[in-house]
Design a protein around this ligand. Sequence first.
Ligand code: AHR
Length: 504
Amino acid sequence: MKIKFVMDKNYVIGDVDDRLYGSFIEHLGRAVYGGIYEPGHPTADEEGFRKDVMDLVKELQVPVVRYPGGNFVSAYDWEDGVGPVADRPKRLDLAWRSMEPNLVGLNEFSSWCKKADTELMMAINLGSRGIDAARNILEYANHPGGSYWSDLRKSHGVKDPHGIKLWCLGNEMDGPWQVGHKEAKEYGRLADETAKAMKYYDKSLELVVSGSSNGSMATFPQWENEVLTECYDSVDYLSLHNYLNNRADDLDSFLAANLKIDRFIDTVVSTCDFVKGKKRSRKQINLSFDEWNVWYHSNQQDKDISDRTPWQVGPPLLEDIYNFEDALVVGAQINSLIRHADRVKIGCMAQLVNVIAPIMTENGGSAWRQTIFYPFLQASLFGRGRSMKVIASDDGYDHKDHGQVPWLDASAVWNEEKGEISLFLLNRNRTESLNLDGVLGGFAGYAPVEHLTMVHDDIKAVNTAEKPDNVVPTAVKGSVKVEGESLSLDLPPLSWNLVRLKKG
Ligand code: AHR
């Protein structure tokens, strides 16, 4: 099937903020205990952090990691996680019906972030708590010394402040499942007052206010409208969350589901700008898509665990084992984020280790890359620069829920400094290759570097500890041809592709 497309130097969507390729670690399941932290593990360092996991995290070059939740944060007392470990309380975590031993807290996680070359994005509890918890953790984390909370940090052996710049004002406060769930106006007022207090301390902080938990919430997008109406002037980003699933086992629908994300983002952007208009403001609110992924494989198992054996430390919750089709859909979600790089500035793949994650571990055993690791890795490594518009002639297929779905799902990033172009390309067609015939306006002189493709004859194929390389990208030789500004290449049926070009 032939598809023509155009990408032009003059059609720039916007700069990709490196933080688009962030991730998330929650005190949930084995993300912390058995994931990043396992003191008895053969690879554990002096602080108990698994070095095998650390190496995989570093490979992903994750620029920012959101912590410590998630639903967990909405009943979390951050003070429990600091000070001598022997004195820390064990607490019931109501969000995940688990036992929180508080062996890892702010100081340990900050140290892990340094080792992992990543920035800490800290969420504060606006569910069961409020302004006091926020201002106190900020003083503890960021003030150099000479005040109660900063001196307490020093007395805990942490001389230098953590300098955390990016803070989430609660989590999914629109969700009735959230401890301390609130009405929009009520939350908007609390977020505003909390943000003001935090910015009295440091006006350079970047604050993320909670948007909708997904685009199907009954309160969406009125939630965004009401919340921002209260706190527009004091916050910097609005969050959005969304998970995709293939519960219906309908591949055509699953492959098109990222188009829902495009629409979700468009509506959130419109709502932000509507409030901007109402307020006659010159300030622009950008988006933090700080939870996205595929999530559904583990749902039944999770129900069984929390019903039958609640209150465990590090139970195996949300352990989705991802297959080949999930990798395609994760690639498509990344395309949606890149296509909106002008407004989506922060993204967090949820999550990073064991819990709906690209990295899986066995307690005491190995760590490996799930199928979804690869599209995320490719985007993180080669998706930094400027997001470029790609226009394709593509009739696609008609889907009852998604309308006209193009066969090709594409995003493109131009890194001018490095003289590199990366094309991220999904072929949704199960039986036919796509023969792309493109014009790269203004990009004469670029030559192909590599074409990596992910294909598999079993759409349900997975990677496991025993077969960690069952689903991986492979190099396609000689498929990409460039002549002047013309580019042609073939995308195999049902495939995820990275095509890289470099200035000659
Ligand atoms: O990432 C798992 C959970 O999904 C988070 O705790 C919550 O914010 C969302 O509902």
